[in-house]
Design a protein around this ligand. Structure first.
Ligand SMILES: Nc1ncnc2c1ncn2[C@@H]1O[C@H](COP(=O)(O)OP(=O)(O)OP(=O)(O)O)[C@@H](O)[C@H]1O
Ligand SMILES: [Mg+2]
Length: 224
C-alpha cells in the first residue's frame, strides 16, 4: 500500500516541469525516499526518460566498478538501445549501452565518458524525451578517488548537465547528512543545487502526511 505522498509528488512533478536543475533529496533512513522516487517514475508522463541508479549494496571500489553501476551492458547497437529507451522512457539499472561501447569507455578509447553521456542525453532530448538521472545512495562513492575525489568530478558533471546545458534533471538521493554537509561546503556547489527534504522525525515510522519543504540545506541540517 502506498501512503499518500500527494504533496511530495506534486512538488517533484512541478520541479521537473521547469528548467533542469540538480536536486538533492535528503531524508533520514527509512523516511521513504526510494519509494517516493519509484512512485514518481510510475507517474511520469511520456515526455521524460528516467534513469534510476541505486548504489545501495553495490561494491564500488574503483573507477571500473563505478562505471559498471552507472552503465548497463545490453545486447544490440547503441541506436537500438536508444530506441528502447525512447519507447519505454525508463531504465532502472544503469544507462543501457552495448558491450563494445562500454569496454571502449573504460579503456578511454571513446574519450571521456561524461562527454559520451552528454551526447547520449542530448540525443534523447532531441527526440523530445527529457532525461532525468536519479542516483540513489550517492554517499556510497563519497570517498572514491580517481585522480582525485570522484564525487567532485561527478558533481561538476551534474552542474554541466543542469545549469550549463539544461539537458538533464539530476536527483541525488542520500540519508547521510555528513555527506551533504561536506558537499555543501564545497564552494563549487553553493547556489547550484536545490534541496528537497523527505521528512520523518519519528525515525523509521513513516508519517503519511510527511512534511515537505524546499529549503536551503543549512536549514535542513539545523533541524536534525
Ligand atoms: N509512501 C509509502 N507508503 C507505504 N510504505 C512506504 C512509503 N514510503 C516508504 N514506505 C516503506 O517504508 C520503508 C522505507 O522506505 P524507503 O526504502 O523508501 O526509505 P528510504 O528513505 O529510501 O530509506 P534509506 O535511507 O534506507 O534508503 C519501506 O519498507 C517502504 O516500503
Ligand atoms: Mg532508499
Amino acid at each position: 500500500m502506498f501512503f499518500d505522498r500527494k504533496e511530495e509528488l506534486k512538488a517533484l512533478l512541478s520541479l521537473i516541469s521547469y528548467e533542469p536543475n540538480m536536486i538533492t533529496i535528503y531524508g533520514p533512513i527509512n523516511s521513504g525516499k526510494t519509494v517516493l522516487l519509484m512512485e514518481l517514475t510510475k507517474r511520469i508522463s511520456r515526455e521524460f526518460a528516467i534513469f534510476y541508479i541505486n548504489l545501495r549494496g553495490r561494491f564500488i571500489n574503483s573507477y571500473e566498478d563505478f562505471m559498471k553501476v552507472l552503465f548497463s551492458v545490453k545486447e544490440g547497437s547503441l541506436k537500438e538501445l536508444l530506441v528502447d529507451v525512447l519507447k519505454s522512457g525508463l531504465a532502472y539499472q544503469g544507462i543501457p549501452i552495448p558491450e563494445k561501447v562500454f569496454r571502449d569507455l573504460i579503456e578511454n578509447k571513446n574519450g571521456d565518458p561524461f562527454v559520451f553521456l552528454e551526447d547520449y542525453f542530448r540525443e534523447l532530448r532531441d527526440k523530445e524525451r527529457k532525461p532525468i538521472l536519479v542516483i540513489d545512495e550517492l554517499q556510497v562513492i563519497g570517498d572514491l578517488k580517481v585522480d582525485g575525489p570522484l564525487i567532485y568530478k561527478l558533481f561538476n558533471f551534474f552542474v554541466r548537465l543542469t545549469k550549463e546545458t539544461h539537458l538533464v534533471h539530476v536527483f541525488v538521493v542520500t540519508s547521510d547528512s555528513l555527506f551533504i554537509e561536506k558537499v555543501y561546503n564545497e564552494a563549487m556547489l553553493q547556489g547550484r543545487a536545490d534541496y528537497f527534504l523527505v521528512d520523518d522525525p519519528k525515525g523509521g515510522i513513516l508519517r503519511p502526511q510527511g512534511k515537505l519543504e524546499l529549503l536551503a540545506i543549512r536549514r535542513a541540517l539545523e533541524k536534525l
